[in-house]
Design a protein around this ligand. Structure first.
Ligand code: HEM
Length: 468
């Protein structure tokens, strides 16, 4: 039987996973935290809410047991900075990522050292800021094409609309290919995969993946399906025999300093990783953006004026620069990334004994830092639950301590596509605002936090004219 990401073993080059710490084997004192017998249920029902209330009740460093294993929640900016940057080498990626590897294989998101950095260096160039700027026209062209079907007075499902738009942008720019025929298939499988991945924040659940019951079977077949699409993209490119300097071209030509090439499986895994991480996250933020705008219509007018101004520079050399420095869409995007960070938790595992905020965390502990929790800390974000884009004016971001705001992560595991996503977000927000106004049809969407913090349902919106 062929080895697929679903069946592949953990690469032997990775550091061995340390033994989990069980209730009986923890020898050191641990910080206070929730100990309710219903804890697993509460955690599963609403994980971001659970973590936030743990921080509110027990402070910046808290502990709890899940599946019998010791977890820490580390929420102070200082601790976030230690986990993601200054002490990052004391950690590997934690719960959820082993399972994510079954879908994405050993791509950048799931890879561990030493393979991760080797690949990251190879994949850096299409994400260099000078290159990113050249993508603005393509992003705008695809946005125009997508929204040209929207009719004033009609209703659209914004969630799926944003998914297929961001999917097409990533496919076109990074892989130079029109895979719109696969959009639906990828989205269906992605949806299942993302849903099932996050459920395994509960350690040990992944042992059930081979159980012959539909829930787990569907996960397996979704993973295989995605792998097939990635393989097809690569096969098509090789058969076409065209050399391009997009990401796929780079991966196919890439050589490490010692002359080693990426294998077909590695290229396929990186392709899938980029398709997943490059579209679902941005699509979710944009769906939240227009949901907040619908509830806060006072921001439309400024946004339309900004759209008219910035988009009039289309075709000029500094178009991307104008987009990057557009203040209103920037503040709205930042505020939505704060309130609804698509990546809302970063699970890690301590490879050795380590101190966070001067407090001891033992080797083997699971450590969760959470964008959702830290971004709603009232010490840094007054009225943390309110949508207030104006808080981002002046040098607010620079005034924050390191680790207080980290929607794209930090350190060597920082998002590879942060500037790509920022530019894309700007283009889509402004082009939609220039043409239309969107209003929620059925109330502000509930969150459905899984591997990403996504809005529940299709988010139907009424389309009306941008300006009266
Ligand atoms: C608003 C949109 C996005 C957000 C909020 C976001 C957020 C993140 C975060 C927080 C991480 C680090 C995860 C961790 O530390 O465990 C990450 C990693 C990553 N992201 Fe993004 N991302 C976004 C869009 C994108 C886009 C558009 C791309 C590519 C086109 C991309 C590619 C990646 C990759 C490859 C990684 C793994 C990096 C590594 O470990 O070396 N992301 N992203």
């Amino acid at each position: 039987m062929a080895i697929t990401p679903f069946t592949a073993p953990r690469p032997t080059e990775y550091a061995p996973i340390p033994k989990p710490l069980k209730r009986r084997t923890v020898k050191t004192e641990i910080p206070p935290g929730p100990r309710s017998p219903l804890l697993t249920l509460q955690f599963q029902k609403d994980t971001p809410g659970f973590l936030r209330s743990a921080r509110d009740q027990f402070g910046d460093l808290t502990s709890f047991f899940l599946g019998g294993q010791l977890f820490y929640g580390a929420f102070a900016p200082e601790m976030v900075h230690e986990v993601t940057v200054s002490k990052q080498h004391s950690f590997i990626k934690g719960v959820g990522f082993e399972r994510m590897r079954k879908v994405l294989g050993t791509g950048l998101l799931t890879n561990e050292e030493p393979i991760h950095l080797r690949h990251r260096r190879l994949m850096q160039s299409p994400f260099h800021i000078s290159k990113i700027s050249s993508y603005a026209e393509t992003m705008l062209g695809l946005t125009e094409k997508h929204i040209s079907n929207w009719q004033v007075g009609s209703e659209i499902n914004l969630g799926p609309e944003m998914m297929s738009l961001t999917f097409d942008i990533v496919a076109e720019i990074l892989f130079g290919t029109d895979i719109s025929e696969d959009t639906e298939r990828v989205q269906r499988s992605m949806h299942i995969a993302i849903d099932r991945i996050e459920r395994t924040m509960l350690p040990g659940l992944d042992r059930m993946d081979n159980w012959p019951i539909p829930y787990f079977r569907k996960f397996h077949s979704a993973a295989d399906d995605l792998n097939e699409v990635a393989t097809k993209i690569i096969r098509n490119r090789i058969e076409q025999g065209i050399k391009r300097d997009d990401l796929l071209g780079i991966l196919l030509e890439a050589q490490t300093p010692d002359g080693e090439r990426l294998s077909a499986e590695e290229i396929s895994d990186e392709t899938l990783t980029l398709i997943l991480s490059g579209h679902e996250t941005t699509a979710n933020v944009l769906t939240w953006v227009f949901s907040y705008l619908s509830e806060n219509p006072q921001y439309w007018e400024g946004l339309i004026a900004e759209a008219d101004q910035v988009l009039s520079h289309r075709g000029e050399e500094d178009f991307a620069l104008k987009l990057f420095s557009a203040p209103i869409s920037s503040a709205i995007f930042n505020e939505v990334l704060r309130l609804c960070p698509p990546v809302w938790v970063a699970p890690r595992r301590a490879l050795e004994d380590v101190e966070l905020g001067g407090r001891f965390v033992p080797k083997g502990a699971h450590v969760l830092v959470s964008q959702f929790v830290t971004h709603r800390d009232p010490r840094y974000f007054p009225n943390p639950d309110s949508f207030r884009p104006e808080r981002w004016s002046d040098d607010f971001e620079k005034s924050l301590p390191k680790g207080a705001y980290f929607p794209f992560g930090a350190g060597t595991r920082k998002c590879l596509g942060d500037q790509f996503a920022i530019l894309e977000g700007r283009v889509i927000i402004l082009e939609i605002a220039r043409r239309f106004r969107l209003e929620l049809k059925s109330g502000f969407p509930k969150a459905q936090p899984r591997a990403t913090y996504r809005p529940k349902g299709a988010v139907p919106m009424k389309v009306s004219v941008a300006r009266s």
